[in-house]
Design a protein around this ligand. Structure first.
Ligand SMILES: [Cu+2]
Length: 117
């Protein structure tokens, strides 16, 4: 076995073993934040199902937190995707308000999260 072949063989096994760690097996939801609106304004999650929320703000910095949904206090800077992994523990419809303080308009910025049983 040549040395190059052996190294690439070991690298291939490494990629194979690491792939499940790099690519999450659970579903994700893309949410855009522009101005003071979430798009979509409402998302659905399921109790006990881990989901990655992928938030992309086109301008401004936003702050989200929800104990009901399981979102730790997270700052969402513009022009990059911020991933929040949630596993909701109780069913219900929850209004997640943006907590950013850089402008009064964020108070009216609401993401509705329906957690289905
Ligand atoms: Cu905001």
């Amino acid at each position: 076995m040549s040395r190059v072949f052996r190294i690439s063989f070991i690298a291939a096994i490494g990629v194979f073993l690491l792939a499940p760690l790099v690519a999450p097996a659970h579903p994700s939801v893309d949410i855009a934040l522009s101005g003071t609106a979430f798009t979509p304004p409402e998302i659905e999650l399921h109790v006990g199902e881990t989901t990655t929320l992928r938030l992309l703000a086109s301008e401004g910095t936003h702050v989200l937190q929800s104990d009901d949904v399981g979102i730790p206090k997270t700052t969402i800077p513009p022009d990059q995707t911020t991933a929040i992994v949630v596993t909701p523990k109780k069913a219900g419809t929850f209004q997640v308000h943006c907590m950013a303080t850089n402008g009064a308009e964020h108070t009216d910025m609401i993401l509705t999260v329906k957690v289905l049983p």
